[in-house]
Write a protein that binds this ligand. Structure first.
Ligand SMILES: Nc1ncnc2c1ncn2[C@@H]1O[C@H](COP(=O)(O)OP(=O)(O)OP(=O)(O)O)[C@@H](O)[C@H]1O
Ligand SMILES: [Mg+2]
Length: 237
């Protein structure tokens, strides 16, 4: 199976070489775990290191905000945008029904092979009807597959509810692979842990690994194991 390297130190190792090419990955976890940072790193590395053009659709923070945060890690999105190899999509909340058409045409224009949609939970702010939203998530997965992109969609694990992998329970089914990020208190300190929940067509590390958010972005420690209390139990097969 052909792989696409995320370029996130340690993550490609625990995925046995990277994300399967042209597949759809769900990155999920509670708020503040570093999902957006991980996605920024995936697209920035794609353009700078792996010669893969990229598109980033954000329903969350304003784009200037994302760019400003990314600079802290040394990722200058203005530069790669000017080069024509990358584009953020500024969506119009009043024309949410068109958003995936805009995504599709931007992917074609940029000739992107890496795509991020961040996040499904924020998309829900604009689409109230849950049945409609589920249909949109499914349609999104169809579009991304049709365009042969290696893509990440972001969802969230909501605190204080029955633990489940994603906000709407559809995201993990449309995705080929699932990466879960945890941030949890162990005694007096917080621990960050990452887990490959599923990886279609491949083996992967079955362990929880510690990760850090450093000045260069996310770094996973493949040789170490993390211990947290509330990691989601292994799926029944
Ligand atoms: N420069 C930095 N150095 C180290 N850690 C940082 C830095 N900037 C942010 N962080 C950490 O990253 C976290 C935010 O990461 P990010 O925005 O990617 O989370 P997220 O999972 O996307 O959150 P949300 O669900 O709210 O969108 C912060 O809570 C902080 O702990
Ligand atoms: Mg985020």
């Amino acid at each position: 199976m052909e792989r696409v390297k995320t370029g996130v130190p340690g993550l490609d190792e625990i995925m046995k070489g990277g994300v399967p090419k042209n597949q759809l990955v769900l990155v999920t976890g509670t708020s503040g775990t570093g999902k957006t940072i991980l996605c920024n790193q995936f697209v920035f590395n794609g353009v700078k290191k792996f010669n893969e053009n990229a598109v980033y659709l954000s329903f969350e923070e304003p784009i200037d905000f994302i760019k400003q945060n990314a600079k802290v890690f040394g990722w200058d999105f203005d530069v790669i945008e000017k080069s024509g190899k990358f584009q953020f999509i500024k969506y119009d909340p009043y024309r949410i029904e068109d958003v995936f058409d805009v995504l599709e045409s931007t992917i074609r224009d940029v000739k992107a092979s890496r795509v991020v949609v961040d996040s499904i939970s924020a998309l829900a702010l604009y689409v109230r009807d849950e049945a409609e939203l589920r249909k949109m998530i499914y349609n999104l997965s169809i579009i991304l597959r049709r365009l042969n992109c290696t893509s990440i969609i972001v969802s969230e694990i909501v605190h204080g509810t029955e633990p489940r992998l994603s906000r709407y329970g559809v995201e993990e089914f449309v995705a080929d692979s699932v990466i879960v990020l945890y941030y949890e208190r162990i005694e007096s300190a917080f621990t960050r842990a990452i887990q490959i929940w599923k990886l279609r067509g491949s083996t992967h590390s079955e362990k929880l690994h510690p990760y850090e958010i450093t000045s260069k972005g996310i770094v996973v420690h493949p040789a170490q194991e993390a211990y947290i209390r509330s990691g989601l139990g292994r799926r029944e097969r």
